[in-house]
Design a protein around this ligand. Structure first.
Ligand SMILES: *Cc1c(COP(=O)(O)O)cnc(C)c1O
Length: 437
């Protein structure tokens, strides 16, 4: 069934104005809708699983602010706690009991870390974790994987060069080559590349950093065996294993991917969900490792707004909900049913389309492959189909992140009815995507 394009008049007007204020009209690049049709939608409000744009269009939202909103938009418990705490002031730059409260909720329910430090974004958490690993091991090099995103700090804005084991090439102007030279980049799911890197740079690698559930460049699920292999290689070489759980933390289970795969990393980074929609990041490790951080240790890291009371309040309220019995199982079952219905539909129709999933994360891939485990396995051409799908879904009141490389999230606020409506919209959109090919 064909449908008309939604009206974007007000959004277009706001976007024109925004372009005079911000580079590209946005404060984070992906929001500019460069990979999909139409002007970016300016969002006015959200409630539960739904959002409304400036033109009054209503959508069922599967972007969920890129992951943080695991309870949906404007959750009552989070809103009430934030409102209560705000009455007493917004920031003190001194310790508050709220920091203890959030730390206690996390640490007493997570067996993989003993101490934590709150910061204000995922980028900051990862940047600090890398510094900690370098300070702890007294080594400079780090190893990352092509297809994993770790925020925008200099050492991590690097991509693979040609060859199995290479120094990174900067993936952004403004990153000194000398920084990129400290970052080794290899493909995911390739033990040989790891072996070669550890031979070539013996005794020099401070840390291996990975998204244990790589979810920023498609959903490139790794095997437990591979992650365990990384653990073993790091242990053998005195290298720290960093799990960047900014997406997977509190998402694939309360204990994140470390708990899901039952693998003990040396340092874990968090962000997104931990702040309940406010800017919070964190990194944690054993007490022994964390005590290398200033003021007890020699690794410096600080923040004017770190542990901000309002942000802590949002985190406390959200994390409290996540600890209720059955929370993750309900979310998983809901997601499984949704994904299976779409997968079955695509199979019946013989469409080159797969839905990859873990926990409450899903990724739509226009492929025939049963498994996609490396960035290279993604066919860039397939993004043309995603672009059409995105337009068709927007026109049917379904909001996905504006890029085929981004995953979608199901929140506790998504109802069975939301998912029924969404499935129908997806079926219709897929029929259109595949009708003109
Ligand atoms: C989002 C993300 C980051 C960056 O977090 P920001 O809060 O955007 O700085 C880092 N690592 C991973 C795995 C992420 O998903």
């Amino acid at each position: 069934m064909q449908v008309n394009d939604i009206s974007r008049e007000k959004s277009a007007e706001l976007y024109e104005k925004a372009k005079t204020y911000f580079p590209g009209g946005v404060n984070s690049p992906v929001r500019a809708f460069k990979s999909v049709y139409g002007t970016p939608l300016f969002i006015e409000k959200g409630d539960g699983s739904h959002i409304w744009d400036a033109d009054g269009n209503e959508f069922i939202d599967f972007c969920c602010s890129w992951g943080p909103l695991i309870l949906g938009h404007n959750n009552a418990a989070v809103r009430e706690k934030v409102t209560e705490v705000m009455q007493k002031g917004m920031s003190f730059g001194a310790p508050t009991a709220l920091e203890n409260e959030l730390a206690e909720l996390i640490l007493s329910n997570n067996s993989f870390i003993e101490k934590i430090r709150f910061v204000s974004s995922g980028t900051e958490a990862v940047m600090s974790a890398i510094r900690l690993a370098r300070g702890y091991t007294k080594r400079d090099k780090i190893l990352k994987f092509e297809g994993c995103y770790h925020g925008h700090s200099d050492s991590l804005l690097v991509k693979a060069g040609s060859g199995l084991v290479t120094f990174g090439e900067t993936s952004s102007a403004g990153v000194p080559k000398s920084f990129a030279d400290e970052t080794i980049v290899v493909a995911l799911n390739d033990k040989r590349a790891i072996q070669e890197a550890f031979e070539k740079f013996e005794g020099q690698i401070a840390a291996v950093i990975i998204e244990p559930v790589p979810a920023n460049n498609g959903l490139l699920l790794q095997t437990k065996g591979y992650l365990q292999y990384l653990r073993d290689v790091c242990t053998d070489n005195g290298t720290m294993l960093i799990f960047d759980e900014v997406i997977s933390g509190f998402r694939v289970g309360f204990e994140g991917a470390a708990g899901y795969y039952d693998i003990q990393p040396d340092i874990i980074t968090y962000g997104k969900i931990i702040g309940g929609g406010l800017p919070v990041g964190a990194y944690g490790a054993s007490a022994e490792i964390m005590d290398h951080i200033s003021p007890v240790g020699s690794v410096y890291q600080a923040g004017t707004l770190s542990g901000n009371p309002v942000a802590m309040a949002a985190g406390i309220a959200q994390i409290t909900e996540l600890l209720k019995p059955g929370f993750y199982n309900d979310l998983k079952l809901k997601t499984e049913g949704f994904v299976k219905a779409i997968q079955d539909f695509a199979e019946q129709r013989n469409y080159n389309f797969k839905v990859f999933t873990i926990g409450s994360i899903f990724w739509f891939a226009f492929t025939n492959e049963e498994r996609i485990a490396t960035a290279d396995d993604i066919d860039p051409e397939s993004m043309i189909k995603f672009k059409t799908m995105h337009r068709e879904l927007i026109n049917r009141g379904i909001y996905l992140g504006p890029s085929g490389y981004e995953v979608g999230f199901i929140s506790a606020a998504h109802t069975a009815n939301d998912l029924e409506i969404t499935k129908t919209a997806i079926f219709d959109s897929l029929d259109i995507v595949f009708s003109n090919n």
